[in-house]
Design a protein around this ligand. Structure first.
Ligand SMILES: Nc1ncnc2c1ncn2[C@@H]1O[C@H](COP(=O)(O)OP(=O)(O)OP(=O)(O)O)[C@@H](O)[C@H]1O
Length: 758
């Protein structure tokens, strides 16, 4: 063991690191106290007007964000150290700390200087001769592990990382640890191939393909933290959107970013992407599949076009006993010029209405205002305006205009479309009758697959009356505030201000008008970024991350694409695990309609979750799914063989209940079963804090110490993608796997099972 001098004392590495760690915590405490003091000062300081108040709130927000980062770094503050050949030392941790002379004490794991900690090897050491992993608990150093990366020294027998893995012991410790029910940060043990993805450029679309347990979710979240650190100014304004497969999954991953000190991220499922509704209506897979097809974009476009109606016969309406006649040709012309404006349906509506109403007004004027002697029209501008008003006030005309070109919300459009066979046949002639039958329904509650359709419709319809009224009211409020502030600024009350303030007042008055000030107030909106983004369908994010991206349909990709016109995205998934009807089984096919070939691919091949014993069995299923696919290689084996028990349907649920309760001794238990057995199994197990019963769709992205797969045959037959579902179910465990129910042939043929003695 090496020893170090501290004054006259001789310190071993653990003691030496303890000295450093104590100093880091002292600095962290100091920073925290300073930030809290600043915040308290801001909170008590008086403000003269609303503008100053907003600026103050902004400063308090920044200080709060700083405080959360400092607090988040408390556990595991420092976890690594790099030594170079010249004796320079770099400590690596959850954030950067400096001493009073602004000399670096601790380097943020995301800083470029920290990178060798994750990628240096003895062959390519990036100038590092020793990498040290520091294990701590609370504020104490428990242990250190060194990897010598100096080729000459390592050749002489110093410790070498095994299997190309960085920090093998620490990594295995983390992988073998019992799961807590929520995902944890992997910041101490990120591996080189993962690091490359985390630090990949912000620009462009990065697709990360990797088998089960390769760390895709973990990487996606650490990438978000990295991007926020590296491009903070750019991303803080627009935020990052993370889309996950279901609410349980979002809960599972929800703590990772806050634990890394980052909260400028909005996590949603597709069902919540459309503001104002959560789409939870269940529907059969074949309906979901039709709704997800790319062709639905054309169907929605045609449904909108169909609502711009040209009658086949002239229509007569009576205004104050005068009969007016609207010819199809006039409507056709008005529609043509409104469409030529290339704007949305609702925004084009006033232009259409104006043309039609102009025509009716002229006709009305001709009929009632013509001089019987010389045929000249006796009405002046004022009279024409009055006639126009009269026409517009006539209910029959209003009804007619609403028929010809109605103001529509996306919800109205879809309810009308899916509730009417004729409309559907006209909008979707390219769909088979059976497909159209799948779409036909009544009611106005929404399924997740409706969300991209609503979004598509919203894009074509534009804001409706209600949206416009709301936006106008908000803006009027902001302008009223701003006007009030300007009055205060320019009023005689300014005698309270000293000379400097007076100058400020003048410049404010000179520079700003109420509109500009209103914009500034809107920017100073008190809501968090995630709340503002959630309320605004047209919000565009600085970066979008999609997890389990293989599950998205072409229509969902269009909706996601709209959230990020800059096309800065990270899409992680595994095309061998696709379960959703309408999901993709090839990245090229799934992404081409929306993104063409403008994306880059990164692949992960090492499985950090599933032990080799389990993965060997799951690989049989994968070969059945795709003979060319290669299962990821497990980084560890546990020596525990998976087991199965053939238990028929009558006793199955009871048996599962008994075994699940036994398995709890090994940690968190996940019971994954077919949809048809779900309720029975749930009943047999009852409420238990450490047992979760779910279907494969609900288990997407999750993991448990011990997994029981119940009714594998049922899982296989319940979906056309049943084999992939079985593959997902088998790969959810970190330690132990048991399969209950008759084994399907694909599993029966595999070696490596233990038969559980009843
Ligand atoms: N470098 C690492 N250090 C420690 N743990 C890791 C590392 N990489 C991955 N893991 C762990 O491996 C497990 C699987 O990771 P994750 O869930 O991100 O995989 P995934 O590729 O998204 O899996 P799936 O596609 O099956 O849902 C998690 O517990 C994660 O914390």
């Amino acid at each position: 063991m090496e020893f170090y001098h501290k004054g006259l004392e001789l310190l071993n590495p653990v003691q030496d690191e303890q000295v450093h760690l104590t100093a880091f915590y002292a600095t962290l405490d100091h920073e925290r106290a300073l930030t809290e003091r600043r915040r308290a000062d801001e909170q008590v300081a008086g403000t003269r007007n609303r503008q100053a108040l907003h600026q103050r709130d902004g400063r308090v927000r920044d200080l709060n964000a700083r405080l959360s980062r400092l607090n988040a770094a408390e556990e595991g503050l420092c976890f690594g150290r790099l030594d170079d050949a010249d004796g320079e030392v770099l400590h690596i941790g959850r954030l950067s700390l400096h001493d009073e002379d602004y000399e670096p004490l601790l380097t943020d794991w995301r800083a470029p200087a920290a990178r060798p900690f994750y990628i240096a090897t003895a062959v390519e050491n990036h100038g590092v001769v020793r990498r040290r992993h520091i294990q701590t608990r609370l504020r104490r150093v428990l242990d250190v592990q060194d990897e010598q990366l100096d080729y000459t020294r390592s050749a002489a027998g110093a410790s070498q990382p095994g299997r190309g893995v960085v920090g093998e012991q620490i990594l295995l410790g983390a992988l073998n640890a019992r799961r807590t029910g929520t995902m944890e940060s992997i910041v101490r043990t990120i591996q080189a191939d993962q690091d490359r993805i985390i630090r990949s450029d912000l620009a462009g679309i990065l697709v990360v393909q990797g088998g089960p347990g390769t760390g895709k979710t973990a990487i996606a979240l650490h990438r978000a933290a990295f991007l926020l650190y590296t491009h903070r100014a750019q991303l803080e304004k627009r935020g990052i959107l993370v889309v996950g497969p279901n609410p349980t999954f979002l809960k599972f991953i929800g703590q990772v970013l806050p634990s890394l000190g980052e909260d400028g991220v909005r996590l949603v499922t597709l069902a919540e992407l459309y503001p104002g509704l959560t789409a939870t209506r269940p529907e059969p897979a074949e309906v979901t599949e039709v709704k997800g097809r790319a062709v639905m974009a054309d169907v929605i476009a045609k449904a909108v076009a169909d609502r711009q109606w040209v009658p086949s016969e002239p229509i007569e309406v009576t205004v104050d006993r005068t009969v007016l006649r609207l010819d199809p040709a006039v409507v056709q012309d008005a529609r043509g010029s409104a469409r030529a404006r290339q704007t949305t349906h609702n925004q084009a509506r006033p232009f259409f209405l104006k043309d039609v109403v102009d025509h009716l007004t002229d006709q009305y004027a001709d009929l009632i205002g013509t001089d019987p002697l010389d045929g000249e029209n006796l009405l002046d501008e004022y009279d024409l305006a009055e006639l126009r008003k009269e026409i517009l006030a006539e209910p029959a005309i209003r009804r007619l205009l609403d028929l010809l070109w109605p103001m529509l919300s996306p919800q109205d459009l879809l309810v009308d479309l899916f509730g009417d066979e004729k409309r559907l046949a006209s909008a979707a002639p390219q769909l088979s009758e059976l497909d159209r039958e799948h779409l036909l329904r009544y009611g106005d509650d929404w399924s997740p697959a409706d969300v991209p359709l609503l979004d598509e419709a919203a894009e074509l319809l534009g804001e409706d009356d209600k949206d416009l009224a709301r936006r106008k009211a908000e803006r009027a409020r902001a302008i009223a505030y701003a006007q009030g502030s300007l009055d205060v600024l320019s009023g005689s009350g300014s005698t309270d201000y000293d000379d400097d303030d007076e100058a400020e007042v003048l410049s404010a008055k000179d520079i700003l008008d109420a509109e500009a000030l209103a914009e500034r107030y809107e920017a100073d909106d008190d809501r968090t970024l995630a709340d503002r983004a959630a309320a605004d369908r047209r919000w565009t994010y600085g970066h979008v991350i999609v997890d389990e991206a293989q599950e998205l349909s072409p229509m969902a990709w269009r909706a996601i694409g709209r959230r990020c016109p800059l096309r800065s995205m990270t899409l992680v998934g595994d095309v061998a695990q696709t379960g959703a009807a309408g999901g993709g089984t090839s990245w090229r096919r799934a992404l081409a309609p929306t993104f063409g070939d403008r994306w880059r691919l990164a692949e992960l091949t090492v499985n950090y979750r599933t032990p080799a014993e389990v993965m060997d069995l799951a690989a049989h299923v994968l070969t059945e799914v795709d003979p060319d696919a290669k299962a990821p290689e497990s980084v560890r084996s546990t020596g525990v063989r998976p087991w199965y028990e053939e238990v028929g349907p009558t006793d199955q649920a009871q048996y599962v209940g008994k075994v699940a309760r036994e398995e709890v001794h090994h940690g968190q238990v996940g019971v994954i079963t077919s949809r048809s057995r779900l309720e029975l199994v749930q009943e047999a197990i009852g409420e238990h804090a450490d047992i979760t019963v779910l279907t494969v769709a609900g288990a997407k992205g999750l993991e448990f110490d011990s997994v029981l797969v119940v009714d594998p045959e049922g899982i296989m037959v319940e979906s056309p993608r049943g084999l992939r579902d079985l593959y997902v179910a088998l790969t959810r465990c970190t330690q132990r796997l048991g399969v209950i129910g008759p084994l399907p042939p694909v599993l029966r043929d595999a070696d490596g099972w233990d038969v559980r003695g009843q």
